[in-house]
Design a binder for this molecule. Structure first.
Ligand code: WTA
Length: 651
């Protein structure tokens, strides 16, 4: 509540720079056009793409299923590559790729990218992969990652990218659910100055995934790999293919990709996106929200392709708009904590799109690091993934943007496919920390429990949008239940939101059991099931506690089985073992910051774990109402123990 009232007193405003406003791609009349005829307006945006067959109807809406640009046909890869080369832009750089080791780099033009994607598409065809298939991509941030995605799109197969930081078990779950035929991976990638292996996780997964017929392996680090009869080197299979490929057009609703994201249960959801509507909204928002001038801008989205931001704004959006992008393989501190700033200086990056957790980390590292570099090329700054606190917003604007650059705080989700709520850099007068309001063509409503419009409550979307998810892969019931059942006729986003007195919208974080750690969605249940799969653990409760750098941090409360001796369970080695176990089950990003071993968990009389109280404990707050607890002394004991536990051990 204190946070809420603090936000509503935020009265600072930052107008668009006059020069940017005067030349902006999108002006204020976009809102009027879109609200007069929303569908006609989206049709205009769809016309920015190259269609091989025009659509018959713009929208077919049978709640909760939407079809956009019905009857239209296109190829996403052609839209990202061929049409630009045909227009004479073949020599333009698509990616300035920067590897983690110093000096490791490649500039890839649109013509070169088209040739490489064509080879890869030919290879996919040779391997029997085509329309109706799924391909799992498990790669570091190397050019082959984008090539593989676009090659799948080119042959009509859906890709399912799995973040390289996920474990073998997470890979098994995702390959199995999607029934993937092919896995594309590499020996490894560079992380923090050293090669980090990827192939062993794939080896382990393939043993348990009979659907996988082949594994295509990029040689990146040169480290030793185990070889099986399903494995093929990328260099053996892709490099010898013809550099041309005649792409077929596909229906606007042909699946483009699946991307797994955490829900409120232990099982991740395969979010399904299709082609025409997705590409329309992604391309338009990328052009409008960043005010992209493809001839002169150098754009850098720092997200990994393992997340939706990497799909929409590191691959499909910028390529559909013929933009020049930076792609960087490594961590922000590899080769010095100013690595990002030296990249921006070197390539004269003009648009930077990153996450609040990174911004807060840089704040902690100090102003001197960016201060030592010439960042004057920057003109628009973007933020995504979690609410950005006003302090970080101001720092981003002043220290990184030199006080000149508008900040676009963009709210969206894996499910929405593209940006939904965001300022427009040449139009909106921004308040620090707010995503301001819905983009043209998007309808939002903040409602109470009963679904009635209110100033504060749950964020809902009340009209279908082109890049909306088309379902959860293989689970229609869960799709209806998760998004469309809570509020009649509306999409429930899972976020809280509030309109302030100036009709400005503030996003307030998740209202369900999903945590947001460094901008990554992780469900409490998923971590709990990982913990209880450890042989010594009896029960586990996981909560997200506020954290100054990562937004939220994972705090786990664990009870151990009677057979485990006290001196074992109380030791730091045991907590470490549990953290490593979670890393093995899900991935290092899901490692709890803190694990508290406790004799009991606080439960209601009906046996429900009181997470609210555990959150109070984890955030060192005064305990809330304990009267519904079966045994009120339990939570005091936990609280005391929390007090005794010294500083949080490193993750
Ligand atoms: C949160 C990432 C506040 C939100 C694109 C959402 C944000 C979840 C913002 C989706 C923002 C994302 N302000 N919160 N600008 N952007 N979120 O699927 O809770 O990884 O529901 O998509 O991140 O995370 P996802």
């Amino acid at each position: 509540m204190t946070e809420l009232s603090a936000l509503s007193t935020e009265n600072r405003r930052f107008d668009p720079p006059p020069e940017l406003a005067a030349n902006a791609n999108v002006t204020a009349d976009a809102y009027d056009h879109a609200s007069k005829d929303r569908l006609a307006w989206w049709e205009v945006q769809a016309s920015r793409l190259q269609w091989d067959r025009g659509w018959d109807r713009v929208l077919e809406w049978q709640r909760p299923y939407a079809k956009w640009f019905v009857g239209g046909e296109l190829n996403a890869s052609v839209n990202c590559l061929d049409r630009h080369v045909d227009a004479g832009l073949g020599d333009r750089v698509a990616f300035h790729w920067v590897g983690e080791p110093a000096g490791d780099r490649r500039d890839i033009s649109y013509a070169e990218l088209l040739a490489e994607v064509s080879r890869c598409a030919n290879a996919l065809t040779e391997l029997g992969v085509g329309r109706g298939d799924r391909v799992c991509i498990y790669l570091p941030m190397i050019p082959e990652a984008a090539v593989a995605m676009l090659a799948c799109a080119r042959v009509g197969a859906a890709h399912s990218v799995v973040f390289g930081g996920f474990s073998a078990q997470a890979l098994i779950d995702r390959i199995t659910d999607a029934d993937a035929k092919l896995v594309i991976t590499s020996d490894g990638g560079y992380r923090r100055g050293a090669p980090s292996a990827l192939k062993p996780a794939v080896d382990e997964a393939v043993l348990q995934c009979p659907s996988v017929e082949h594994v295509l392996v990029v040689r990146r680090t040169g480290q030793d790999v185990t070889w099986t009869d399903k494995d093929l080197w990328w260099s053996d299979v892709v490099d010898r293919q013809p550099a041309t490929h005649q792409a077929q057009s596909f229906d606007a609703e042909n699946p483009l990709f699946l991307l797994y994201t955490s829900g409120t249960t232990g099982k991740p959801k395969g979010i399904l996106h299709t082609t025409g509507g997705y590409l329309t909204q992604v391309a338009w928002t990328h052009w409008a929200v960043f005010d992209l001038k493809p001839e002169t801008d150098v754009y850098w989205c720092t997200a990994d392709i393992g997340w939706v931001t990497g799909h929409s704004y590191a691959v499909y959006g910028p390529l559909a708009n013929a933009a020049t992008s930076v792609m960087y393989e490594g961590t922000p501190d590899a080769g010095g904590k100013d690595r990002w700033w030296s990249i921006i200086e070197e390539f004269k990056v003009s648009i930077l799109y990153t996450a609040p957790t990174a911004i807060r980390t840089f704040m902690k590292w100090g102003d001197d690091l960016p201060g030592a570099h010439d960042l004057s090329s920057l003109r628009v700054l973007g933020s995504v993934g979690e609410p950005i606190n006003p302090e970080a917003w101001i720092w981003y604007r002043d220290v990184i943007g030199g006080g000149r650059c508008p900040i676009v705080d963009t709210w969206w989700q894996t499910e929405t496919g593209a940006m939904m709520i965001s300022p427009l850099p040449g139009v909106t007068s921004c308040k620090p920390g707010s995503a301001m309001g819905p983009l043209p063509g998007i309808a939002v409503d903040v409602v109470n429990d009963a679904g009635e419009s209110r100033k504060a409550g749950f964020l809902t979307l009340n009209e279908p949008w082109p890049s909306m998810l088309r379902g959860i892969w293989g689970d229609e019931d869960r799709y209806r239940e998760t998004y469309w059942s809570r509020f009649e006729g509306r999409y429930f986003a899972g976020d809280g939101a509030k309109w302030d007195d100036d009709e400005v919208l503030w996003l307030l974080g998740r209202v369900d059991d999903v945590m947001n750690v460094s901008g990554h969605r992780i469900s409490t249940t998923e971590v709990e099931s990982a913990l209880v799969s450890h042989p010594s653990v009896a029960e586990a409760a996981v909560v997200g506690a506020n954290d100054a750098t990562t937004g939220q941090a994972i705090v786990a409360f664990v009870t151990v089985k009677g057979s485990v001796a006290d001196d074992v369970s109380s030791g730091e080695a045991f907590a470490k073992e549990l953290r490593d176990h979670v890393a093995k089950e899900i991935g290092p990003i899901a490692k709890p910051r803190q694990i508290l071993i406790t004799p009991e968990l606080p439960k209601t009389r009906s046996g429900k774990i009181m997470r609210r109280l555990l959150r109070d404990v984890a955030e060192h707050r005064e305990l809330g109402d304990v009267t519904t607890l079966a045994d009120p002394t339990v939570v005091n004991a936990i609280n005391e123990k929390m007090g005794q536990q010294t500083a949080a051990p490193p993750a």
